[in-house]
Design a protein. Sequence first.
Length: 426
Amino acid sequence: MALLYWCWQVSQRYIKARTTVKGADSEPTADILEHFTSCAAGVSTIRSFGATDKLADRMHYHVDQLSTARRHFYMFNRWLGLQMSLVGILFTTGTGIVLLSSGSVIDASVVGFSLTFSMGFSQAIFKAINTFGMLETYMNAAGGVVAYSELNTENQGGNEVPDDWPSQGAVEMKDLNVAYSPDLPLALKGASFTVQAGKRVGIVGRTGAGKSSLTLSLLRLIEPQTGSILIDGIDISTIRLNSLRSRIAFIPQDPVLFSGTVRSNLDYFQQIPDKDLEDALRRVKLLAEKSSGSDGLFTLDSPISTGGSNMSQGQRQLLCLARLLVRNPKIIILDEATSAVDNRTDLWIQDTIRTQFKGTLIVVAHRLRTIASFDKVVVMKDGHVAEVGVPAELLETKGLFYDLVQKSDDRELLASIIIAGERKLV
């Protein structure tokens, strides 16, 4: 009984230590995979800036952390082996003493069998404890699967909408209060404004003001606690998510492309004629015409690497824009979609939107130049809609928008664009 109690105490300590070391092993493993993936995707940039040695040292650090965790794991494993060897020695010694003290009562063959069996006892106990330790460690993965299965999924129910919805593209937001979680503070606090059909609206503000939260609310990626959003008079909280998200076009800051061809990225289900796809590419100036050179341009059969790594940031944005033009939506939302491109590409994208798209445009702007000529500007501050109006009017009131313009590096250019836009409207 004493030996069994000893084995039980050793097993409890070993399993606890093994679980802790397994957690310490998982983190550097994830860091190594993430670092390798990032370096493989940006190897040309890394070599251009001469950061090879720095990133190699970073990989060595992650490998050192992993080897440290695994070294402790093998130390605990050998400690368990030592403890079980001691148990086996004591058990075998005790068995031998009992058998030899009985004299000629027990047959010699039985004594030999008993000693042989007792000598394998420690190995059997070691395998049992080690196997149970592996089982408990790997059950953490099963626990993760169970936790994912218990996550609340989005409600896919709701009312159907007309086939031509939204037919106009008018957006109205009423006293919207939004939080990312019930136990977190509100990201939007009583936000209210109206976007008329076919107008271009820019949303500006400092970091954390609630700009992206507003666009996520339009797609119901975060559900409002109170308030409502109406699109063409229909409350979006009452309709099916699939209907809402398939009728509103959204371009994030990092464009999403899939490995395949230009055709598969524009029309994955192959429902649109090639001539329409080529027309969309031509409208965003990406189509390689037969009569001209094809440097930097593409055909429908041009290959696209994973994530669009064989294209520039601006080309990826333009290809996503072509994908939207194929669908011809009434509402387009851009969440700082041009913040990672140069001014020339930004102007190119904005010119494409202005000339090729006639619906409602809502843009979360990183550069004020992007929205300086828009019909309306919404200025966010601490989750509130602080100012709403025409850029020229907001500039004259010398409020938050005026402060943003004055703190911009190209404030003279912004002022000239805004004034020119006002004169054009007049």
